[in-house]
Design a protein around this ligand. Structure first.
Ligand code: M1P
Length: 253
């Protein structure tokens, strides 16, 4: 049994943007005979904006909010609650006051199922402001610093991970994308399952890292592909298809 798990932003789509027409053309045909799951830090509303509905209806299930909610079609099969530590909001406000980035666009705390998404520039920023914050963050390492500080202070209670370009995903310890592995193991996977995972934030501190570690700890055969963007994913899927076809050809011939 082959199972495919994909992150969304930066892996199947450009960050916070819809899947491109060209990749959609390829992906909708590619997935017809595959068992596919999506796992994202975003909520389902954002996924519906980014992933065409005929793709959503042809995949097995979608884990949103870092694996804190799981859906199959319109059915929500589980959802978790975020237990927020008392001083967290105060600390996040302080980081916002101290940041040298000049724009505060609004919607800095987005409460999602089982998690909080936090952004200094604010989720209501324009695309230009998003790009500016992203460049500022690359230069200053602001999000990495904040996440390290919070991870130290709230060790054992919450974890903070860098997801996309402008924000941090905050969730209770262990309630990250790694949840996907035991859930799938219990519900779907047979012992001989082969799991392929594609993600753009697989390094330590990134929000795909915990899932990668959980796969590595599991007894399943796995193939983990770190990508820089959806074009890398596309290239790799095409390459895999080509390898499968040529191994069939050589075993027949
Ligand atoms: O799925 C990746 C990330 O996408 C968004 O990140 P940002 O707005 O910072 O680019 C957010 O939805 C984030 O939660 C998510 O992890």
């Amino acid at each position: 049994m082959n199972v495919y798990i994909f992150d969304v932003d930066g892996t199947l789509t450009p960050s916070r943007k819809p899947m491109t027409e060209a990749f959609y053309g390829f992906f909708k045909d590619w997935l017809t005979d595959k068992t596919v799951f999506l796992v994202t830090g975003s909520d389902y509303e954002k996924i519906e904006e980014q992933i065409p509905s005929d793709i959503l209806s042809n995949i097995k299930g979608v884990f949103t909010c870092m694996g804190n909610e799981y859906r199959e079609g319109n059915n929500i099969l589980y959802s978790n609650k975020f237990e927020k530590p008392e001083e967290l909001t105060e600390d996040l406000m302080e980081f916002m006051n101290d940041s040298m980035f000049p724009i505060r666009a609004g919607n800095h705390f987005e409460e999602r199922v089982g998690m909080l998404n936090y952004s200094i520039v604010g989720r209501d920023c324009t695309l230009d402001e998003r790009e500016r914050y992203h460049l500022y963050d690359i230069k200053t390492g602001e999000r990495e610093l904040i996440s390290k500080w919070l991870n130290l202070k709230y060790n054992g209670k919450i974890e903070v991970a860098i997801g996309g370009e402008i924000s941090l995903d905050i969730f209770n310890t262990g309630k990250d994308k790694s949840q996907v592995v035991p859930y799938l193991a219990e519900k779907y996977l047979q012992e001989d399952a082969f799991i392929s995972f594609y993600g753009d934030k697989i390094s330590e501190g990134g929000n795909d890292h915990a899932l990668v570690k959980a796969l590595e700890r599991s007894s399943y055969k796995t193939r983990i592909t770190g990508v820089s963007n959806y074009l890398d994913t596309w290239k790799d899927l095409q390459m895999q298809e080509w390898c499968d076809e040529s191994s069939i050809r050589s075993s027949v011939g």
